[in-house]
Design a protein around this ligand. Structure first.
Ligand SMILES: [Fe+2]
Length: 207
């Protein structure tokens, strides 16, 4: 029997209802109005300042709920249940017509998004394969191709509900297509492991 083995797959974690409705409402009430920093990819997208869990009891509560999921996810990435810390957290307000350009998160190992409002189906977060380096590219994509897990270069994440969490490796490129729906609010964050140890070559990370 033929067999196809997905070599070296990339983990992507979905946690439905990671945050309860009261916490989600509290985050929207406290932080949506604080999203005053503009984004240069869209006039209809704004963010809060970078926040730390210690800046608000609401953020501490979020970090505490996220932590066990980070440890599970980290075990997939590094083969060990190690300590993690949530560093920056920020709230994104994407108004009708707004979009977020393709980007990834520097100086971080695991990044995550908590959805705080309903998300229009056209504005679900899209993840992309690395665009590659400076070599010439060869592709086969046209209206007769059927993209699959090995040939597709982008993936639309599943429809989220308010309170849902996703975790992904920080190097993964992602974007939000133009939002034709109502205001879409999310909270993003970055996380780092306490230490990595390669047969005695160790590195520890600050907060
Ligand atoms: Fe992002």
């Amino acid at each position: 029997m033929d067999e196809i083995i997905g070599l070296f797959p990339t983990p992507f974690m979905r946690v439905p209802a990671a945050l309860g409705p009261e916490l989600v409402d509290g985050l929207v009430r406290h932080f949506a109005a604080a999203a005053v920093r503009s984004n240069n990819s869209s006039a209809n997208l704004s963010h809060t300042e970078m926040l730390q869990p210690g800046d608000s009891p609401l953020l501490v509560e979020c970090a505490n709920l996220i932590m066990p999921k980070l440890i599970d996810f980290g075990a997939l990435l590094f083969g060990e249940r190690i300590g993690w810390s949530v560093k920056e957290m920020w709230v994104n307000v994407l108004n009708t017509g707004g979009r977020q350009a393709m980007h990834n998160h520097a100086n971080s190992f695991v990044s995550g998004v908590v959805y705080l409002t309903a998300t229009h189906p056209d504005a679900q977060t899209v993840f992309m394969k690395s665009p590659g380096g400076s070599d010439f590219a060869f592709r086969n994509d046209h209206n007769r191709t059927t993209p699959g897990p090995y040939s597709a270069d982008k993936w639309v994440s599943p429809a989220p509900q308010p309170g849902d969490l996703v975790l992904f490796p920080s190097y993964l490129m992602h974007a939000v297509p133009p939002n034709p729906g109502e205001q879409r609010i999310t909270m993003s964050f970055n996380a780092i492991p306490a230490r990595l140890d390669s047969w005695g070559y160790k590195i520890t990370f600050g907060g």
